[in-house]
Design a protein around this ligand. Structure first.
Ligand SMILES: CC(C)(COP(=O)(O)OP(=O)(O)OC[C@H]1O[C@@H](n2cnc3c(N)ncnc32)[C@H](O)[C@@H]1OP(=O)(O)O)[C@@H](O)C(=O)NCCC(=O)NCCS
Length: 334
């Protein structure tokens, strides 16, 4: 492996002045590799470094050449589940590739994963030649294909979406749809914690992954981390009237700094309540709500495993179209 003697890899804490350099790095990466994305902002990146996705901060590093930020690395570990695995991210500025920088970043992160007792490591990347070549060169195997779809709201099938009350009456007469803002009221949390775990039924193909667990504290941490970014979170619940059981939910985040961007988070229907069109109903009701509450919203992005036929069918029916594909790879460290 090539070793760049003048490369330094240093920690990137949330309050580092280098965060601004990382935002510029991300802008260049997006322009080169994934122009369909909105690059991060300084505020979002600082929040991510501090709170992660749901309260667990990543280990983050900068790769420096003559004090210029030329790459970044992240190590993500959960202390809720999957206690012997870690997720890594390595990115190198397009002008500095094929000089061994990615490999040095990866080596640093793998050493840290090993020291943390997490020998099973994975990476996600856009489905591109460089990412495949890099992963293969480092002994990773492709395990799961994922697809990014985008719904452009101006082109959504609003006629069909407007039929929510009719479809509810026809296909799910025992249920009601309830709109809640996040953070959700305390009394809903125990029922939601049971439901969140059913996301583990989503296909993971050949990924080595244990079921994720969602205690009430993790849901609250997620809510805090997401709202601290300034995002506005909307959640639609399906409730079974007879037992008041929460039988499904969907969450969309609207970017607080760029409120035309929406991001679909989890959608889950509890096992016992599948087969009543609740997946479609939840997401269509969410669109009706967003049209009222966030009329400036232009698009919502969603990720699915390529093999998640049920969710994809719902998404396609609601007007989502494929934007890009990614691949998840894994390997075990010696
Ligand atoms: C993938 C990425 C991190 C590689 O960074 P890099 O600094 O260029 O990687 P290295 O120079 O250490 O490359 C190590 C080996 O990976 C393989 N590789 C790297 N880029 C490649 C490419 N474009 N095509 C084929 N193989 C490639 C080669 O085997 C290379 O060794 P070599 O240059 O001696 O042939 C960089 O292209 C990048 O940031 N891409 C966008 C983010 C991304 O996809 N990250 C996730 C990777 S799974």
């Amino acid at each position: 492996m090539k070793t760049l003697v003048d490369l330094r890899i240093v920690a990137l804490p949330p309050d580092s002045p280098r965060v601004a350099d990382h935002v510029r790095l991300d802008q260049d990466l997006v322009a080169h590799d994934s122009p369909w994305q909105a690059p991060t902002t300084e505020h979002r990146l600082r929040c991510l470094l501090r709170d992660g996705w749901d309260g667990e901060a990543p280990v983050a590093v900068s790769a420096l050449l003559d004090d210029r930020v030329v790459g970044s690395g992240y190590l993500w570990c959960s202390n809720h589940d999957n206690l012997t695995s870690a997720w890594l991210e390595v990115s190198v500025h397009p002008s500095y590739r094929r000089r061994g920088i990615g490999s040095q970043l990866l080596e640093r992160l793998c050493n840290q994963a090993r020291e943390a007792g997490r020998p099973l490591v994975g990476m996600s990347s856009w489905d591109t030649g460089p990412a495949h070549g890099f992963a293969r060169a480092h002994g990773f195997e492709a395990r799961l294909a994922e697809v990014l779809r985008r719904q452009v709201l101006a082109q959504a099938p609003w006629g069909r979406i407007g039929r929510v009350p009719v479809v509810l009456a026809q296909h799910a007469p025992g249920y009601e749809l309830v709109r809640v803002r996040i953070p959700v009221p305390e009394e809903l949390l125990p029922g939601l914690a049971d439901l969140w775990g059913d996301i583990n039924d989503a296909p993971t193909d050949n990924l080595e992954i244990e079921d994720e667990v969602f205690p009430v504290e993790r849901i609250r941490s997620y809510e805090r981390a997401q709202t601290a970014r300034g995002d506005r979170l909307y959640q639609v619940l399906a409730r079974y009237r007879a037992s008041e059981e929460i039988s499904g939910h969907t969450i969309v985040a609207v970017d607080g700094e760029r409120p035309w961007l929406g991001d679909q988070h989890d959608t889950t229907v509890a096992r016992a309540h599948r087969g009543h069109r609740l997946g479609w109903l939840l997401k269509a009701e969410m669109l009706r709500w967003l049209a009222e509450a966030e009329p400036q919203l232009r698009q919502v992005d969603t990720w699915n495993a390529g093999s998640n036929a049920h969710m994809i069918a719902v998404n396609e029916e609601l007007g989502y179209r494929v934007v890009a594909r990614s691949v998840d790879v894994q390997r075990r460290l010696a």
